[in-house]
Design a protein around this ligand. Structure first.
Ligand SMILES: Cc1cc2nc3c(=O)[nH]c(=O)nc-3n(C[C@H](O)[C@H](O)[C@H](O)COP(=O)(O)O)c2cc1C
Length: 392
């Protein structure tokens, strides 16, 4: 079974990911993993922190001579900012006078519920772990899931379809989405340059007023055959697992599969994707085909062979330069919420983190269905199934 766990604080020494259950013999592309980390750091509307950090993986175990060896993979990503925090956030008791308290909780962040839950006298430790800096570890783990999927010809990519009030008003093709992920400079990851320009203006205007903004990203899985996931048990449904994984990301407040939201206000005849049996498509193992994909590639909790399409809806960032009302932890007096260097818009970066989560879920289900202790065995099992579908 593929699993991963993460550890690390936003201003701690390093972030950690521990991944196990990957088959042996998968080639590990270090440049690819580091580029994934770089992509998560980009975007128009990011704060100063990402200018300090240049995330790079340091692999401690589970990879030898450039390939996975079937053992747990331990990854460390250093925080360059640590040198500024060693005294403020020491592992040892340190000097309490140097401790940088977060005196008043930010509405929308984890500060107040976290402090109440863990009995902290300020929100420092809360934000250190609740922070989406944690998603760096997820992206590193997800890169390994992507390497596994790539071995089977399955790819995962994302793009941005809304920033605040600005929306991409047409569907994006797979090639356009891939092109966006490969750009040397990442602004708002929109496939349409004119819409991206308007998105930029939306972020710039938001920044001028000391506010923050949310939006919607879309993750697409390309090349996944029909048959992954199942309706047989509630906790094995592909749609449920995807929603859980993407919703677990910081600031994601709604998840949609395919046209899930607008389907609720439409007629069945307009929503469901009619089934055809046509000519052979070299990209697909079956001649069963759809001419549209409102289902987002999932029916009955199972992949149906079309692209899997998952959207994540992000609330606006909760750290505001013009802070909302709050209350001091120590005196209970009314005051403004704490402010600490912060992002204004993170939709493209959240999309990259969501790619990692989606890739992880797909890789987990793929391993459960096809199994294998080596990349060779996995591929053989996978190819056998593709052949079965082809001959169906
Ligand atoms: C990539 C990314 C970067 C983020 N950066 C910030 C940030 O700089 N400041 C902030 O207040 N929240 C930021 N957030 C959101 C918070 O981490 C999140 O709102 C907080 O942990 C509370 O969790 P919740 O929104 O899921 O309830 C970011 C989220 C993501 C996905």
């Amino acid at each position: 079974m593929i699993r991963f766990e993460t550890a690390g604080e936003s201003h701690g020494e390093a972030l950690i990911a521990l991944i196990s259950g990957l088959p042996a013999g998968l080639p590990v592309d270090f440049d690819f993993i580091n580029r994934e980390l770089w992509r998560r750091q980009q975007g128009f509307g990011r704060g100063g922190r990402m200018k300090i950090e240049t995330d790079k993986v340091h692999i401690l175990s589970g990879v030898r001579h450039g390939k996975t060896i079937g053992s747990p993979i331990a990854i460390e990503i250093k925080n360059h900012d640590w040198k500024n925090w060693e005294e403020k956030l020491p592992v040892e008791a340190g000097d309490p006078a140097k401790h940088q308290v977060v005196a008043s909780p930010r509405p929308g962040h984890a500060d107040l519920p976290g402090a109440l839950k863990y009995n902290f006298t300020d929100a420092r430790y809360v934000l250190e772990r609740a922070s989406a800096r944690e998603s760096t570890s997820r992206v590193a783990a997800g890169a390994f899931a992507k390497l596994l999927l790539r071995h089977l010809g399955i790819e995962v990519a994302s793009h941005v379809i809304r920033v605040g009030r600005v929306e991409l008003e047409r569907p994006a093709t797979w090639d356009e989405i891939v092109a966006v992920t490969q750009k040397p400079e990442i602004l708002l990851s929109c496939v349409d340059p004119a819409t991206e320009e308007r998105m930029k203006e939306e972020v710039a205007e938001t920044s001028r007023t000391g506010d923050t903004i949310g939006g919607v990203f879309e993750v697409v899985v390309h090349g996944l055959p029909a048959g992954v996931g199942t309706y047989a048990n509630w906790d094995e449904r592909l749609d449920g697992l995807l929603a859980w994984a993407v919703m677990s990301l910081q600031a994601v407040k709604a998840v949609e599969i395919g046209r899930g939201v607008t389907a609720a206000e439409s007629f069945g005849s307009q929503v469901h994707d009619a089934i055809h049996y046509g000519a052979e498509d070299p990209a697909k193992p079956t001649r069963f085909a759809r001419h549209q994909n409102n289902a987002g590639g999932v029916e009955g909790g199972i992949s149906n062979g079309e692209d899997v399409v998952v959207r994540g809806y992000l609330k606006p960032i909760s750290t505001l330069r013009r802070p909302l009302e709050s209350v001091r932890f120590d005196t209970r007096e009314a005051t403004s919420a704490s402010y600490e260097r912060s992002d204004i818009c993170v939709v493209p970066a959240a999309g990259v983190a969501a790619e990692a989560m989606v890739a992880f879920i797909i890789a987990k289900l793929v391993m459960e269905k096809f199994g294998g202790d080596s990349a060779l065995e996995l591929k053989r099992n996978f190819d056998g199934y593709i052949e079965q579908i082809r001959n169906y």
